[in-house]
Design a binder for this molecule. Structure first.
Ligand code: PEP
Ligand code: MG
Length: 534
C-alpha cells in the first residue's frame, strides 16, 4: 500500500531507491533501568569513537582532494566527539535514564544550542556540526551506520559533514524539518538532487533500506510505491541520467550558436560540490558566487579570517578562471540573525557599514587570489552606489552591477558607464516588476512583456557602454527564456551547476539571427502591450 507524505519542494526532480535514515525519533519515554546504565554508557562511548574515526576519514579525504577548509570544519566533529565536557554530559543523561542514542542526541542538541547563542560567529557556525555528530553517534549506538549511502537520505535536518558527502552518495533528500534556504537545500538544487522538506516527523518512521520515491517537483515522499509509480519514477531518473551523460560527453565543444555567436556559460556555485559538478559539465568559470548563503547563520558580521576560510576552498579551484564573487546580498529571505528587522537589502546594507564593506572586499580579493576575479554588487539602485563601492576595491579588479530591480533597469545606462560588466538578476527583477512573492510564488513569468522590456533595455545599455552583460537568474537556463536572452544579446549565461551541460547544448542548437528576430518580435509585442496598458 502506498503511503504518500506531503512536503514542500526544495529541489526538483524524481528519485527512487532505498531510504537511508540519518535520524530516528527518540525512544520517547523508555527509561533505562539503573543496572543497565553502565552498559549504555559504554555503548555511547564506542559510538562516539566510531564516529570520530568516520569523520576523521572524511576530513582526510577532503584534505587529499585539496579541500582543507572543509576538512577543518569536519574536524570540529572529531574534536567534539572526544571533548571531556561533551562526553560527561552524555554520561549524565544516560545516568538520568536515557538510552545511549537519546543521550547522544540530547547532549549534541544542548551543545549546539549553546554554541548558536554565543557571541562568537565562528563557534555559532559550528552548531550544525555538533548536531550532525550527535545524529551520527546516535545512529551508531542504535546499531546503524550513520554515514550517507547510496539512496535517498531521510533526516530531520542535515549538517555540513553530511552535505560534504552528499554529492557522491545520495540520489535524493527527504527532511522532516524545514529550510528551503538550508545549506543542504542549496547544494541539492545546484547538484540536481531532488529534495522535499517539511515532511514532518512521520518521515522518520521510514525503515532503513525500504524502497521510497521522492518527487521533488510535487513535494511528495512515497513509501511502498505502486508498480506504476515506481516505473514512471525509474523512467524519469533514467531520462535525467542520460541527459547528463550526453552533456558531459560534449562538454569540450564550445558553446557557439549555429551561426557562430559565442556565449560564455558560467555556473552559479557557492560550494565546492556545486563547483565540481559545474566544471565536470564544462562551465567556463563562475558567474555568480552567492557569498551570503555561506553565512546565513552568522550572529555577527563575519571576521576577515572566517570569510577567507569559508570562501577559499571554492575559489582555490578556479585558478586562472573567471570567478564572479557577489558581495553579501543579505536581506529579505536571506537575513542572518544579526540583521533581523533590517529592512534594507544588498549593497545598501553594506554601504551603511563602510568598515564591514572594507573587510568584506578585502576578504573577497584575498580568497580570490589566482582567479580572474570579478566583484559583483547586489541590488544596485544607482550609479552613485557603484562609484562608492569602487573606492573599496583595488584598481585592476573588475566590478560589475547586478541589475535586478526596475529602478536599476531604468538607469542601466548610467550604471553601465561606471561598471566593468552587468549581470541581470531575472529572479528578483521578475518578482519586483510583477509584484510577486518570490518565496511563495510557484511561477517566475520572466517572459512577461514588462520584464522583457527591462531586460532588453539593460542589454542595450551594456552594449552602448561596450561592456559585457550576463544573465545569472533562472531565465538563463529556462528553456523558453534562454533563446530570448541570447537574442537580446547576452554575452554570458550563468546557470545552476546541474544545468551547465544542458545550457551549453541548448546554445549550440540555436541560431543567433533567428533568436534576435524572435526577441525583437516579442519586444515589439511588449511595447504594444505596455502602450495598451497605459
Ligand atoms: C536574481 O535575483 O536573479 C539573482 C541571480 O540573485 P538571487 O537569486 O541570489 O537573489
Ligand atoms: Mg537577486
Amino acid at each position: 500500500m502506498e503511503r504518500a507524505l506531503e512536503g514542500v519542494s526544495a529541489s526538483p526532480g524524481v528519485a527512487i531507491g532505498p531510504a537511508t535514515i540519518l535520524d530516528r525519533g527518540g525512544t520517547a519515554g523508555a527509561v533505562v533501568p539503573p543496572r543497565r546504565r553502565r552498559e549504555e554508557i559504554s555503548r555511547a562511548r564506542s559510538a562516539l569513537n566510531a564516529v570520530a574515526g568516520e569523520l576523521d576519514a572524511i576530513a582526510s579525504r577532503l584534505r587529499r582532494e585539496g579541500r582543507g577548509g572543509e576538512a577543518d570544519i569536519v574536524d570540529t566533529g572529531v574534536l567534539m566527539a572526544g571533548d571531556p565536557g561533551f562526553v560527561e554530559r552524555v554520561e549524565a543523561l544516560v545516568m538520568s535514564g536515557l538510552a545511549a542514542p537519546d543521550a547522544l542526541r540530547g547532549a549534541a542538541r544542548e551543545t549546539a544550542n549553546a554554541l548558536a547563542a554565543l557571541d562568537d560567529p565562528t563557534l555559532a557556525l559550528r552548531a550544525d556540526d555538533v548536531r550532525s555528530l550527535g545524529r551520527r553517534a546516535a545512529a551508531r549506538a542504535a546499531g546503524r551506520n550513520g554515514t550517507a549511502r547510496e539512496g535517498i537520505l531521510v533526516a530531520d535536518t542535515l549538517g555540513p559533514a553530511d552535505v560534504a558527502e552528499l554529492a557522491g552518495t545520495a540520489t535524493g533528500i527527504a527532511l522532516a524539518g524545514g529550510g528551503v534556504t538550508s545549506h543542504a537545500a542549496i547544494v541539492a538544487r545546484s547538484l540536481g538532487l531532488p529534495m522535499v522538506i517539511g515532511l514532518g516527523g512521520a518521515v522518520l518512521d521510514t525503515q532503513d533500506g525500504e524502497e521510497v520515491v521522492i518527487d521533488g517537483d510535487g513535494g511528495l515522499f512515497v513509501r511502498g510505491p505502486s508498480v506504476g509509480r515506481a516505473a514512471s519514477a525509474r523512467d524519469a531518473v533514467e531520462r535525467t541520467r542520460a541527459a547528463r551523460e550526453v552533456a558531459i560527453a560534449h562538454r569540450a565543444e564550445p558553446a557557439v550558436t549555429q551561426d557562430g555567436r559565442r556565449i560564455r556559460v558560467l555556473a552559479n556555485a557557492s560550494t565546492v560540490a556545486e563547483l565540481e559538478e559545474a566544471l565536470e559539465q564544462g562551465a567556463e568559470g563562475v558567474g555568480l558566487m552567492r557569498t551570503e548563503l555561506l553565512f546565513l547563520e552568522a550572529r555577527h558580521w563575519p571576521a576577515f579570517e572566517l570569510q577567507v576560510q569559508v570562501m577559499r576552498p571554492v575559489l582555490a579551484r578556479l585558478a586562472g578562471q573567471v570567478a564572479t564573487v557577489r558581495l553579501f546580498d543579505f536581506g529579505a529571505d536571506k537575513t542572518p540573525p544579526f540583521l533581523q528587522g533590517v529592512k534594507k537589502r544588498g549593497i545598501e546594507i553594506l554601504l551603511d557599514a563602510p568598515d564591514v564593506l572594507q573587510t568584506h572586499t578585502r576578504a573577497v580579493i584575498e580568497a580570490g587570489q589566482g582567479t580572474q576575479l570579478r566583484v559583483l554588487v547586489p541590488m544596485v539602485g544607482t550609479a552613485a552606489q557603484m562609484r562608492a563601492v569602487r573606492q573599496f576595491v583595488d584598481a585592476g579588479v573588475q566590478v560589475g552591477a547586478m541589475i535586478e530591480t526596475p529602478e536599476a533597469a531604468a538607469c542601466a545606462i548610467e550604471i553601465a558607464r561606471v561598471s566593468d560588466f552587468l549581470s541581470i538578476g531575472t529572479n528578483d527583477l521578475t518578482q519586483l516588476v510583477l509584484g510577486l512573492d518570490r518565496e511563495q510564488s510557484r511561477r517566475a513569468p520572466v517572459m512577461d512583456a514588462r520584464v522583457l522590456r527591462l531586460i532588453a533595455q539593460t542589454m542595450r545599455a551594456a552594449r552602448q557602454a561596450s561592456i559585457p552583460v550576463d544573465v545569472c537568474g533562472e531565465a538563463a537556463s529556462d528553456p523558453a527564456a534562454l533563446p530570448v536572452m541570447v537574442g537580446f544579446g547576452a554575452d554570458e549565461l550563468s546557470v545552476a551547476a546541474a544545468r551547465v551541460g544542458q545550457t551549453r547544448e541548448r546554445v549550440r542548437s540555436l541560431n543567433y539571427t533567428v533568436c534576435e528576430t524572435e526577441a525583437a518580435r516579442l519586444l515589439g509585442e511588449a511595447g504594444h502591450a505596455s502602450r495598451e496598458r497605459v
